[in-house]
Design a protein around this ligand. Structure first.
Ligand code: BES
Ligand code: MG
Ligand code: ZN
Length: 513
């Protein structure tokens, strides 16, 4: 789908499908009479914002208009005088129609109609329930960008792609500002779709070596000025990343650590530096602590953390973030062969901590532990990691809310503001002293699991915390629930990669504060 702006209204006029809105206005009237006198509240439908008087007349002349109530998601379709299709979308009451309602409404309409028309006109002012036409256009563009995604690489019959141009009818006065905003949004939604492609790619194709190559290719092609360093197995050994390598031990593919660096044009030693770290398990069998078949399905998504931070990094670079950003992607699968790490093993981490590996399925924290220590050596001020770390997070917060844990409440509050501003759900879980005790090992410094079936998401975070150093402020996003199957959101595919949390992280990176 191509988005174009139309400040003259000419292109809108010629579109095959025109999308307009109607909402309910509350009118109170006092009735007098012998019987029941009092107040009645009516909800007449308002289309006062329609610019085109011919359309207004056409609508008013419809018999169906008399019963159209403009309830939220209620639609009325009719054929206009030019033979075009007019779709009137009900928004319900204007004041309860917020940013997320705009995204959802556009997504629902597009899902129902996009394939059938080659040109669609959207009356932006009609969706402007938030009294900000620039933001409204941005939200519409965001929803369009996020909807514009299918994953059919492995279908012999591809889903038919009708080239569709969407014209956003906007007011002349803000057209150039809206144009800029829409271009920025495109950079973000394109990056979300690139990340979704990585996440959806199958594990027999996307192994660690291939994944690192594809990231490098994308950086070289699209992110001018970003430095790429890729550590192979020998280099990881030299770096003493033994926990990371213990997860890779049973694999047919070498582990890779991708290290990307972006510096803004104006950068000095005081420039804010954020490190992003992502869990990149291209497949998680559980290792010797093998997952049962049903739980193993979907474990190709276990690299979603790395794709999420890469998506945010990519968008932030394209949008010329004002801060320095390091992006570390730790890639391997967790497989079984005669070299695979056995439960009861003790391995020394890069930072010197000895770890008793009691469950090889708690592998994400091992990979991240060494990646954290490596990242902290680069002296970032902040470190954000994203990982499909625990099934327990799915139990606690479902597939709608990402769990966040860390070591700085102010940092969390800032991230929460960005999540709220982008319509994404995150919620903080605590790390308490008792859970730090719960991961103490009898024979080594720590063990890689806490008490089974107890606070699994937060004991994992208590483990990760051990590997943060140099007073780095840290936030850990457990995205095990939200990384895929976001069927509750009309602008996400019902199955497969969601692309969620990328907007929250990008928004934080671009803020620069
Ligand atoms: N990749 C899984 C977590 C996961 C589970 C993600 C379900 C998405 C959906 C992780 O590596 C894992 O296996 N965690 C274990 C930890 C346990 C052994 C302490 C889990 O959650 O069962
Ligand atoms: Mg696992
Ligand atoms: Zn895993």
């Amino acid at each position: 789908m191509i988005i174009k702006l139309d400040a003259t209204g000419d292109q809108f006029l010629n579109c095959d499908l025109k999308i307009l809105t109607a909402f309910q206005v509350e009118v109170s009237t006092t009735t007098k009479g012998k019987g029941k006198a009092g107040k009645t509240t009516e909800s007449p439908v308002s289309i006062a914002h329609w610019q085109n008087k011919t359309l207004v007349e056409e609508f008013m002349g419809l018999r169906a208009a008399a019963t159209f109530k403009a309830n939220k998601d209620e639609t009325l379709t009719f054929t206009g005088a030019l033979g075009e299709t007019i779709l009137v979308v009900g928004l319900g009451k204007k004041d309860s129609f917020d940013d997320e309602s705009i995204r959802k409404s556009i997504a629902k309409v597009l899902k129902a109609h996009a394939g059938k028309f080659s040109s669609i006109g959207i009356d932006v002012e009609g969706f402007n329930t938030i009294e900000d036409d620039i933001q409204t256009a941005a939200l519409i563009a965001e929803s369009i960008g996020m909807c514009d995604y299918t994953y059919d690489n492995y279908k012999s019959k591809k889903s038919p792609k009708t080239e569709c141009t969407i014209f956003l009818a906007v007011d002349k006065k803000n057209a150039s500002k809206i144009e800029k905003e829409v271009a920025s949004v495109k950079n973000i939604t394109n990056s979300i779709n690139v990340a979704r492609d990585f996440v959806n790619e199958v594990p027999n194709v996307l192994n660690s070596v291939e994944y690192a190559k594809r990231i490098e290719d994308d950086v070289k092609k699209n992110l001018k000025g970003v430095k790429v360093k890729i550590l192979n197995k020998a280099q990881l050994k030299k770096e003493n990343m033994n926990l990371f390598l213990s997860v890779n031990a049973g694999s047919a593919h070498e582990a890779r650590l991708v290290h990307l660096t972006y510096e803004p044009a104006k950068s000095n030693s005081k420039t804010k530096h954020v490190a992003l770290v992502g869990k990149g398990l291209t497949f998680d069998t559980g290792g010797y602590s093998l997952k049962p078949g049903a739980s193993m399905m979907g474990m190709k998504y276990d690299m979603a953390g790395s794709a999420t931070v890469y998506g945010a990094f990519r968008a932030a670079v394209l949008e010329k973030a004002p801060i320095k950003i390091t992006c570390i992607l730790a890639m391997t699968d967790n497989a079984v062969n005669e070299m695979a790490t056995m439960p009861d093993s003790v391995v020394t981490a890069r930072n010197g901590t000895t770890v008793e590996i009691l469950n090889t399925d708690a592998e994400g924290r091992l990979v991240l532990a060494d990646a954290f220590d490596y990242a902290c050596d680069l002296k970032p001020h902040y470190l954000i990691d994203a990982a499909t770390l625990t099934g327990a997070c799915l139990v606690a917060l479902g597939s709608q809310v990402a769990g966040v844990m860390g070591n700085d409440d102010e940092f969390y509050a800032e991230l929460k503001n960005h999540a709220d501003a982008n319509g994404e759900y995150i919620w903080q879980l605590p790390i308490i002293e008792e859970w730090r005790q719960d991961i103490k090992s009898k024979i080594a410094d720590i063990k890689n699991i806490g008490t089974p079936m107890r606070a699994g998401t937060t004991t994992a975070a208590a483990f990760l915390e051990v590997f943060i150093k140099n007073d780095v402020k840290w936030a850990h996003f457990d995205i095990a629930g939200v990384a895929d199957s976001a069927s509750h959101l009309p602008y996400c595919p019902a199955n497969g990669a969601s692309g969620l949390i990328i907007r929250t992280l990008t928004s934080y990176l671009l803020d620069g504060k």
